[in-house]
Structures are given as structure tokens and as C-alpha cells.
Design a protein around this ligand. Structure first.
Ligand code: HEC
Length: 164
């Protein structure tokens, strides 16, 4: 009898609590991985254009923008999943565990090679860093089930490349 009373009390308490639920929070906009990649592609393209005219201050600007987008926005972006219609799902699932690690290693290895070449105004080093970065972009695209997203390794071509 007593335990039944306790049971009733608990049910009543639970009902009261649901009535007191905090008001819903406004939805926080989420960044899609693919949308951030669109921006990264745009910045990489602009960097390549600035390189064709050896515009060093502009190159510095684009390299910083690229790094900032990579460091801040891509880290916050939701990993590709069922919400993304273009990926090959099985590959994406397999790759998911590696995505963040690959993202970080690309930032440390390939992406950081651009800034010192620009700071030194070394055209040869910049060309090599650009090609190396593009190879890194493409390796990740292949492995994540997006082999058709091809980033050109030389300056002034559209990013991504439409013709091969
Ligand atoms: C760590 C892995 C990884 C690296 C490195 C990477 N990407 Fe991506 N990229 C992706 C994935 C995954 C997608 C597909 C995202 C989606 O649509 O959900 C993508 C998509 C893209 C797209 C297509 C976006 C669209 O929807 O139109 C462009 C452009 C792009 N990447 C540019 C680049 C460039 C430029 C680099 C190198 C500077 C780069 N990516 C490096 C993983 C990577």
C-alpha cells in the first residue's frame, strides 16, 4: 500500500516536472561540411589567381582566410552523413572515424606550407606548396567517397576542376 502511494507521488511529481520544462532554446544554425568546403574551394581558387600575378599581400590575405576557415568553421561543421545527398554512403561511413584526424593532419602538414612560402615571397616554394596542398585535398576526396571532386594542382584553374 505504502509503495503504491509512493508510486502515485512519483507519477504526480513527474507530471508536474514536465509541465515546468524550460522554454525551447532558439535553434543554433549548423554548418554543413560541404558548405564549408565550398568556401575553402573558393579561397583556394582565389589564392591560385593571386599567385598568377605574384600579388603577395593578396596571397597573404587569402592564405590566412583559408587557414581560418579550416581551423574554425570546418571544426564546427557536421561530418557528412545522411543529410548529404552526394556522398557514397558506405565509403563515408568507413571514412568517418578518420575524417577529423585527416582534417587536422592536413592543417598541420599541407596547409601550413603555404604561409612561409608567401612570407618569404618565394614563388618556387609557393608553387610546390600549392601543388602539395591540392594533392592532399584530392587524397581526402578520394578516400571519403568523393573522387569526382578534383582540385587542380596548378594556378588559375577553376576549383574544383570540371574537366579532366
Ligand atoms: C579531411 C578531408 C578533406 C580534405 C583534406 C579536403 N576536403 Fe574538400 N571535401 C571533403 C568532403 C568529405 C567533401 C564532401 C562534403 C559534403 O558534400 O558533404 C568535400 C567537398 C569539397 C568540395 C565540394 C563542395 C560542394 O558541395 O560543392 C570542394 C570545392 C572542396 N571539397 C574543396 C577542397 C579543397 C580546395 C581542399 C584543399 C585545400 C579540400 N577540399 C580538402 C573532405 C576533404
Amino acid at each position: 500500500m505504502r509503495s503504491r502511494l509512493v508510486g502515485f507521488a512519483l507519477v504526480a511529481l513527474a507530471a508536474a516536472c514536465t509541465g515546468m520544462r524550460a522554454p525551447p532554446r532558439p535553434a543554433v544554425p549548423t554548418l554543413r561540411y560541404g558548405s564549408v568546403m565550398v568556401e575553402i574551394g573558393q579561397r583556394f581558387h582565389q589564392l591560385g589567381l593571386a599567385a598568377t600575378s605574384s600579388n603577395w599581400p593578396l596571397l597573404d590575405y587569402f592564405a590566412r582566410g583559408l587557414a581560418a576557415t579550416w581551423e574554425a568553421d570546418l571544426r564546427l561543421a557536421v561530418a557528412p552523413g545522411p543529410q548529404d545527398i552526394y556522398a557514397e554512403e558506405e565509403v563515408v561511413d568507413l571514412f568517418k572515424a578518420q575524417l577529423r584526424a585527416r582534417q587536422e593532419s592536413f592543417a598541420k602538414a599541407e596547409l601550413t606550407a603555404l604561409a612561409p612560402a608567401i612570407a618569404a615571397r618565394n614563388a618556387g616554394a609557393l608553387e610546390a606548396a600549392f601543388a602539395r596542398a591540392a594533392a592532399g585535398c584530392n587524397a581526402c576526396h578520394r578516400e571519403s567517397g568523393h573522387p569526382y571532386i578534383v582540385i587542380p594542382s596548378s594556378y588559375g584553374q577553376p576549383v574544383p576542376q570540371y574537366l579532366r
